[in-house]
Write a protein that binds this ligand. Structure first.
Ligand SMILES: Cc1cc2nc3c(=O)[nH]c(=O)nc-3n(C[C@H](O)[C@H](O)[C@H](O)COP(=O)(O)O)c2cc1C
Ligand SMILES: [Fe+2]
Ligand SMILES: [Fe+2]
Length: 413
C-alpha cells in the first residue's frame, strides 16, 4: 500500500488493524480500526503522529513514506498531537533511526515523551498560536486541545491548504478498506461507528470538545485529518456538526430500552414497554439485553437517543452486575440531557429497582414516571404502570407531533 496524496503538500499514511478484537483492551472492533499518520512535505518534511507496534503498523508507515520518496531517517520534524501509545508507542525506534529529528508537542506531551520513551534531546514545546515554517509557504500552526483525548493533546493546522490535523477528534472505528477520502468510503457505516468511538472514548470530555470548537470557530477547514478512519473532505461541515451535537448531548427522539433478566420476567416487561412505545408513535426503538450486548454499543445508543429506559432484576440485593456497570459508566462519563424510565423485578427483598432509583437521583436525569417494580411476574396492574411510563416517555420524545394517545393493550399473564 502506498501513501495517498491528499493535497499539494500532504500525504496520508494508513495501517488497517484487522485482527485485534478489542481497542484499548475494552471496546470491540469487529470491523477493525485504522491508525493514521500524515506527511507534510515542503522544503522541510514533517511527520504528524506515529503508530504503535500493532499488526506491523510501523513497517507499513515506513514503506508508505518510502513510496513518496520520504526516508524516515530524513524527516525533520515529528509532531505529536497525541501521546497515547496507539500513536506514539513506537517513537523510540524512530528516534534511534533518526537521532536528529526534532519532536514537537505541548508541554505535557513533551513530559510524556521524556517519561515514557526516555528521549531527552531535540524536544520542542509548543503552545496555542505557535507555528512551524516548513518553507515554500507551508506553515503549521498549533492549538492546545486538552483532553481530546488526553491532557497533552493538541491539533495542528496547515494554514495555506487549510487542513486540520485533529488527533483522535473526528476519528472512528472501522478500517478504511482501500479508500482514503470520505467520498471513497461508506459514510453511513462511519457515522454509527464514529458515534461509538466518540461516546466510548471521547464522550467523557464533551465539555472540552465544546471549548475546542470555540477555539476553531471561524477557521476555514478544507480537510480534517484524524488519527483513525477516513480523511474528511466532502463532509467536513457534517462531521463538525455531528461532533457539536454529541458534545452538547443533543440526541434523536428515539429510545433505548436495556434490561437485565436471568429468567425472563424483567425481559417480558421490556418487551411490553417496547410494544407500547411503538403503539404511541415512537419509531426509533432499540431493545438490548445487557447480558448479551457489549457495553460499548449500549453507550453508543444512549448517546444516540434521548430516551433511556432501564430495567433490572434483583441480584444479591443489588442491580444485575452488567446493568450496574452501565449505570456506573454513565456517572463516570457525566452523561447529561437524558429522559429516563425505570422498571424491574422483586422476589424477596428486591434491589434492582431500588438501586436504579438511587442511581437516578445521583445522575439527575429527568425521570418521566414512577419506576415500575413487579413482584415475581408482571400483573395487569404492573402492565398498566408500564403504560403510564410509555405514555410519558412518548410525550416527552415526540412532543405534540406524532404523539398518539394510549391505545388499549391487553396484558398477557
Ligand atoms: C444469584 C441470585 C441472586 C438473587 N438475589 C436476589 C435478591 O437479592 N433479591 C431478590 O428479591 N431476588 C433475588 N434473586 C431472585 C431473582 O430476582 C429472580 O430469580 C427473578 O426471577 C429474576 O428476574 P428475571 O426473571 O427477570 O430474571 C436472585 C436470584 C439469583 C439467581
Ligand atoms: Fe487517544
Ligand atoms: Fe487514538
Amino acid at each position: 500500500m502506498d501513501a495517498k496524496k491528499i493535497s499539494e503538500h500532504v500525504y496520508a499514511i494508513h495501517a488497517d488493524i484487522c485482527s485485534t478484537a478489542l481497542f484499548e483492551g475494552i471496546w470491540p472492533i469487529p470491523s477493525g480500526v485504522t491508525l493514521n499518520s500524515y506527511v507534510v512535505k515542503s522544503e522541510k518534511t514533517a511527520l504528524i503522529d506515529f503508530m504503535r507496534d500493532w499488526e506491523d503498523a510501523p513497517s507499513k508507515l515506513e514503506a508508505q513514506c518510502r513510496s513518496i520518496g520520504v526516508s524516515l531517517h530524513k524527516i525533520d520534524y515529528l509532531i505529536l498531537n497525541h501521546l497515547e501509545p496507539d500513536h506514539a508507542g513506537h517513537i523510540r525506534m524512530f528516534k534511534e533511526m533518526n537521532p536528529g529529528v526534532e519532536i514537537i508537542a505541548t508541554k505535557k506531551g513533551i513530559n510524556l515523551v521524556r517519561n515514557f520513551f526516555k528521549i531527552q534531546d531535540n524536544l520542542r514545546e509548543v503552545k496555542t498560536g505557535d507555528t512551524l515554517d516548513l518553507g515554500g509557504g507551508i506553515v503549521l500552526s498549533f492549538m492546545e486541545t486538552p483532553n481530546i483525548h488526553w491532557p497533552e493533546t493538541m491539533m495542528s493546522y496547515e494554514i495555506s491548504e487549510q487542513i486540520l490535523f485533529s488527533g483522535d477528534a473526528f476519528g472512528t472505528f472501522g478500517t478504511i478498506n482501500g479508500g482514503v477520502l470520505d467520498s471513497q468510503t461508506r459514510l453511513e457505516f462511519y457515522k454509527d461507528e464514529m458515534r461509538r468511538y466518540y461516546s466510548n472514548i471521547v464522550g467523557k470530555y464533551s465539555s472540552m470538545v465544546q471549548k475546542a470548537f470555540a477555539k476553531v470557530a471561524g477557521v476555514p477547514i478544507q480537510m480534517i485529518c484524524s488519527l483513525h478512519g477516513p480523511v474528511w473532505k466532502d463532509h467536513v461541515a457534517e462531521v463538525i456538526s455531528m461532533y457539536d451535537r454529541w458534545s452538547r448531548y443533543e440526541a434523536e427522539p428515539g429510545v433505548m430500552i436495556a434490561y437485565a433478566s436471568m429468567y425472563g420476567n424483567t425481559a417480558r416487561m421490556a418487551d411490553h414497554i417496547a410494544m407500547l412505545m411503538a403503539q404511541k408513535g415512537v419509531r426509533d426503538i432499540v431493545v438490548h439485553d445487557v447480558s448479551k450486548t457489549h457495553i460499548s454499543y449500549l453507550i453508543n445508543d444512549i448517546w444516540k437517543y434521548r430516551g433511556v429506559i432501564l430495567g433490572s432484576c434483583a441480584y444479591n440485593s443489588e442491580m444485575f452486575p452488567p446493568m450496574e456497570a452501565l449505570c456506573r459508566d454513565m456517572v463516570h462519563m457525566q452523561v447529561k440531557n437524558k429522559t429516563l424510565g425505570l422498571f424491574g423485578g422483586y422476589s424477596w427483598n428486591g434491589g434492582g429497582v431500588r438501586n436504579l432509583c438511587k442511581w437516578a437521583e445521583e445522575i439527575g436525569w429527568e425521570q418521566v414516571a414512577p419506576a415500575v417494580e413487579m413482584h415475581g411476574r408482571p400483573t395487569a396492574e404492573k402492565y398498566a404502570a408500564c403504560e403510564e411510563l410509555a405514555s410519558a416517555m412518548a410525550a416527552k420524545l415526540l412532543g405534540g407531533e406524532g404523539y398518539k394517545p394510549a391505545e388499549p393493550c391487553t396484558p398477557v399473564e
